[in-house]
Design a protein around this ligand. Structure first.
Ligand code: SIN
Length: 344
């Protein structure tokens, strides 16, 4: 069997605190990825490599970190010695990174994200189990010839296109926005010495989703130096479009001040986190029409936790399907970036 590469990016899984009885008082992104691996004895027999790509609290996730991850994944997927990649990440923006990687990936090898809700110093730390599970899943998928992006958290495997954080502090914090997990993991066999020896998931595990196939190189294009600016606005009681109009004014000022083409700073897209199945307050809708008239692309997602916004005949603005507003923002960024990089 080949090696599993573990890419460390920070998060609570790498977090430490000084008082184990106050698990919430800690700093994320303190331990290196090699230390995370060393804390899981069952990984000792597995052929692993580690690489620290970033060390961030994922609330601060940023485009340059995603670019570094895309570069590292591109290199790893080309390396014949590596059969699968595990990415340790913070839980807060895991759904955005998972979706981004899913869109770029072409499904050649398994890419498994994992995270933790408790820091490494907590008595009930969930990171070691999640990391072990992620490696088990990565190896099992590689041996089935499956590729694609998934997240392994709290004993379940979620599609990278659908996973989202659904609870702010419970250990079982993720779901698929209404979609079932791809698989539920079996406990490791009693006395098992190896992460690879056990059956990993219950029979009937769903095949993994094919990636979007946009290619890792997209984030290295000259146009990708600064990502297209896409913002999210909420539809809510009294949503009168004040923020949208303010953003349009600021965008026009920024564009005049710096980039003569106005491309880097100008507002290029707006994702509305709409009510219910994609409805928008009438006054916000009027402001979004003004934005559209100014060249801003508008998409609708839902602020409701499950179900999303399905396309319907006569839609004025595209529906983001099952994507969360944060994932829809990434999808629109990638669409705009592709349009910039493709020859006219
Ligand atoms: C983070 O997202 O980096 C911090 C919170 C977490 O991982 O649970």
């Amino acid at each position: 069997m080949g090696q599993v590469l573990i890419l460390g990016t920070g998060g609570t899984i790498a977090g430490t605190g000084s008082d184990p009885h106050r698990a919430w008082a800690y700093r994320a992104a303190q331990l290196g990825v090699a230390e995370l691996v060393a804390a899981v004895p069952a990984l000792a027999g597995v052929q692993l490599r580690t690489r620290q790509v970033a060390q961030v609290d994922s609330k601060d996730m940023a485009w340059p970190v995603w670019q570094a991850m895309a570069q590292a994944l591109d290199e790893a997927l080309r390396d014949e010695a590596i059969e699968a990649v595990v990415v340790t990440h913070g839980t807060d923006t895991l759904e955005e990174t998972a979706f981004l990687l899913h869109q770029l990936d072409d499904g050649r090898k398994p890419i498994v994200l994992t995270a933790a809700m408790r820091p490494a110093t907590a008595p009930d730390a969930d990171g070691p189990r999640n990391l072990l599970d992620a490696v088990r899943v990565a190896r099992a998928a590689a041996s089935c010839g499956w590729g694609g992006v998934v997240a392994v958290l709290h004993g379940r495997v979620w599609s990278g296109a659908q996973v989202r954080k659904a609870h702010s502090h419970a250990l079982d914090a993720f779901d698929g926005g209404g979609a079932a997990p791809l698989a539920t993991l079996l406990p490791r066999a009693e006395g098992s010495q190896s992460a690879a020896a056990d059956a990993v998931w219950e029979a009937g595990a769903a095949p993994w989703p094919a990636g979007g196939g946009l290619g890792w190189a997209l984030l290295r294009q000259p146009e990708a130096k600064t990502p297209p600016r896409v913002e999210v606005v909420f539809s809510h009681a009294d949503a009168d479009g004040w923020l949208v109009d303010a953003a349009l004014r600021q965008s026009a000022d920024d564009a005049r001040a710096s980039d003569p083409q106005g491309r880097a700073q100008a507002l290029r897209g707006l994702v509305v986190a709409a009510t219910g199945h994609g409805t928008v307050h009438a006054r916000l809708e009027a402001a979004l029409q003004r934005a559209e008239a100014a060249g801003v692309v508008v998409w609708r997602s839902s602020r409701v936790a499950r179900g999303g916004v399905m396309p319907r005949d006569g839609d004025v603005w595209p529906a983001a399907g099952t994507l969360t507003p944060a994932q829809a923002r990434v999808a629109l960024q990638l669409q705009l970036l592709r349009a910039q990089t493709e020859p006219a």
